[in-house]
Write a protein that binds this ligand. Structure first.
Ligand code: COA
Ligand code: AMP
Length: 626
């Protein structure tokens, strides 16, 4: 079936469309309703059905003859290790660790915080939670204790799983002081924890409520999967929004498994047994969906890579992994390719490796500039597919559906709406704009399976954030254009979310950190264009009157406050001291205009600006004028 026909079918008969695909999985109880719309605009997929995600990701394949096939290859250039787990081995490790969780009193519906580097135990922890119906919440290792604490408070976990350290390039980063501090901030300093002691930094002293992974596992025995409702949460993943408070995106078991399984064949053009590599981190949605769940649900081999695109040891690292493990599909962020290109512009290192197994490269997480796309196409000589999605969706919303039909590529566009997503571009009054004009990118409800049905513990916030803007539509938070051929062009965010090296950050959180500095009276953070990372935070501060400080020392301490409160991934490019911030007459900071000035773009003087002269002061602080 061609893309257009399939797409139409997915929108005209969503229940039939998804029920057919759901039949590829094993359900312990069939659903009563494929799409339950009785509580619209809140929808449920596969209501009444029961399933276990871990069973479908591991046991099902073992029973179907894939026991000996590699399920997970851990490739860690930073520690010099490669370890392969067959499907049977991974199932056994997961089943045994699930028993450890039970021994800690973790049961169906309980939350478990996972704060871990890219090691197999992280994947085993996630799948073990899924096995017993517990809800995991993985927090990216690059977040500081305060951010981790906010997630712990919201998720109220029964247990934390962590490791003694992360290895970032050549740096060993101790995790336990960060974890202990976070649990203290969250007011749960005695929360039980299981710790992996890594040889790079063996655990010597630990909190009285901690036990070591190896010791706990030595006492345990494998346990079976617990069937859960299709609508029960598999995990909570926190993401940045407009306000400082992280939002707990909830992922339901049933719809998620169906959608991810479908995407492997239809979007990524994979076959069971193929080798799939998402070079991301398990702390992000790409890692959840395409390092862990989708490849395993579909019976592929997945790669867990603990390294960087450059520096581990060089810009040939990705090509080495592709050759060594015969990778068929690579998925990463454009930033990774910009980093490789910067170090090896002519692709000299690439020629040292045989990457003939590679069928396609997929890029997402941030806008892919055409230059990077063309460079990757020229170097790899395979299709390079930009696709668009977000934490909330959990799988692509716009893509070139390679497994259905390879559509002509238009550089700068993530191609077309994925089956299941009725994407519309609306103006600020909620009226659909003609093709070719820009507006708010919305998805007409219902969202397809796998998308968030709510925010953890906060249905009202879910409604207010995503559904209240225009009745019957989901607000993606992105702005852009749908062209005459139905290609989508995602141009910018409509909120204060920025995207740094594919990492989604809220400028509100960075502003909160800066505002906590004793010398800061007022501040604003914007995302400015960056050649490597796509965007980088840039801070503007107004100091308390009478503050006498050495400019460089102040800048250092302001940058440090962001690194220690939000995390090193949010390190601002610079912090500029200004006499005042540009505001509207009602007191709203004009971040959009500041951004245009910083990026050297033409801008219209906002009609509501309180004093236009402030814009000259901003330009002058940026060294652009004055
Ligand atoms: N745990 C602890 N610290 C982390 C971390 C983690 N998991 N990930 C990053 N950091 C730290 C880094 O060590 C660095 O610290 P430093 O400022 O003290 O040196 C800081 O956070 C910034 O890291 P990063 O954003 O990775 O920048 P970089 O300059 O070290 O590396 C790239 C640049 C392009 C190589 C890197 O950003 C990259 O690999 N990007 C790929 C993006 C990606 O995979 N995105 C996922 C979404 S698909
Ligand atoms: P995250 O939730 O961290 O995955 O970030 C999602 C956001 O990243 C989206 O809402 C977009 O703003 C941006 N994004 C992701 N993929 C793309 C893409 N292919 N093109 C443009 N923007 C993207």
């Amino acid at each position: 079936m061609d893309y257009k026909t399939l797409y139409q079918r997915s929108l005209e008969s969503p229940a039939e469309f998804w029920a057919e695909n759901a039949a590829e999985l094993v359900w312990t109880k069939p659903w009563e309703r494929v799409l339950n719309d009785t509580d619209a605009p809140f929808y449920e997929w596969f209501s009444g059905g029961e399933i276990n995600t871990c069973y479908n990701a591991l046991d099902r394949h073992c029973e179907a003859g894939r026991s000996g096939q590699a399920a997970l290859i851990y490739d860690s250039p930073v520690t010099g290790q490669v370890r392969t787990y067959s499907y049977a081995e991974l199932r056994d490790e997961v089943a045994t660790f699930a028993n450890v969780l039970q021994e800690f009193g973790v049961a169906h519906g309980d939350r478990v915080i996972i704060y871990m580097p890219m090691i197999p135990e992280a994947v085993i922890s996630m799948l073990a939670c899924a096995r017993i119906g517990a809800i995991h919440s993985v927090v990216f290792g690059g977040f500081a204790p305060k951010e981790l604490a906010a997630r712990v408070v919201d998720a109220s976990p029964k247990l934390a799983i962590s490791a003694s350290c992360g290895v970032e390039g050549s740096k060993v980063i101790p995790y336990l002081p960060l974890l202990d501090e976070a649990l203290q901030i969250a007011g749960v300093e005695d929360l039980p924890r299981i710790l992996v002691s890594r040889p790079q930094l063996p655990v010597e002293e630990m909190h009285p409520s901690a036990v070591l992974w190896d010791e706990a596992v030595a006492e345990a025995h494998p346990v079976d999967c617990v069937p859960v409702a299709a609508t029960d949460p598999l995990y909570i993943l926190y993401t940045s929004g407009t306000t400082g408070e992280p939002k707990g995106v909830v992922r339901p078991n049933g719809g998620h498994a169906v959608a991810l399984n479908w995407s492997m064949r239809n979007i990524y053009n994979m076959q069971p047994g193929d080798v799939y590599w998402a070079a991301s981190d398990i702390g992000w949605v790409v890692g959840h969906s395409y390092i862990v769940y989708a490849p395993l649900l579909f019976g592929c081999t997945t790669i867990l890579y603990e390294g960087k695109p450059v520096g581990t040891p060089d810009a040939g690292a990705f090509w080495r992994v592709i050759e060594q493990h015969k990778v068929n599909c690579l998925f990463t962020a454009p930033t990774a390719f910009r980093a490789i290109r910067r170090e090896d512009p002519s692709g000299k290192l690439l020629r040292k490796y045989d990457i003939s197994s590679l069928q396609a490269l997929y890029l997402a997480g941030e806008r892919c500039d055409p230059d990077t796309l063309h460079w990757a196409e020229k170097q790899l000589e395979v299709p390079v597919i930009d696709h668009w999605w977000q934490t909330e969706s959990g799988w692509p919303m716009a893509a070139n559906p390679m497994g259905v039909e390879y559509l002509p590529v238009k550089a700068g566009s993530p191609t077309v709406a994925v089956p299941g997503y009725d994407i519309r571009v609306l103006d600020d009054e909620g009226v659909e704009v003609p093709r070719g004009q820009s507006g708010n990118i919305m998805v007409k409800l219902p969202l397809p399976p796998g998308n968030l049905p709510t925010l953890w513990g906060n249905q009202q916030r879910y409604y207010d954030t995503y559904l209240s803007r225009f009745e019957g539509y989901y607000l993606t938070g992105d702005a852009g254009v749908m062209d005459e051929q139905g290609y989508l062009w995602v141009m910018s965010r409509i909120d204060d979310v920025i995207n740094v090296a594919g990492h989604r950050l809220s400028t509100g959180v960075l502003e909160e950190a800066l505002a906590s500095h004793a010398d800061v009276a007022e501040c604003a953070v914007i995302g400015v264009e960056d050649k490597l990372k796509g965007e980088m935070p840039l801070g503007f501060v107004v100091l308390n009157s009478g503050t006498q400080v050495d400019g460089e020392a102040l800048k250092k301490s302001l940058i440090e406050v962001v690194r220690s409160q939000v995390g090193p991934i949010a390190t601002p490019r610079d912090i500029l001291v200004v006499p005042r911030l540009p505001k509207t007459r009602s007191g709203k900071i004009l971040r959009g205009t500041m951004r245009m000035i910083a990026d050297g773009k033409e801008y219209k003087l906002p009609a509501t600006i309180e004093d236009p002269a402030v814009l000259d002061e901003i330009a002058s602080a940026l060294g652009l004028r004055g």
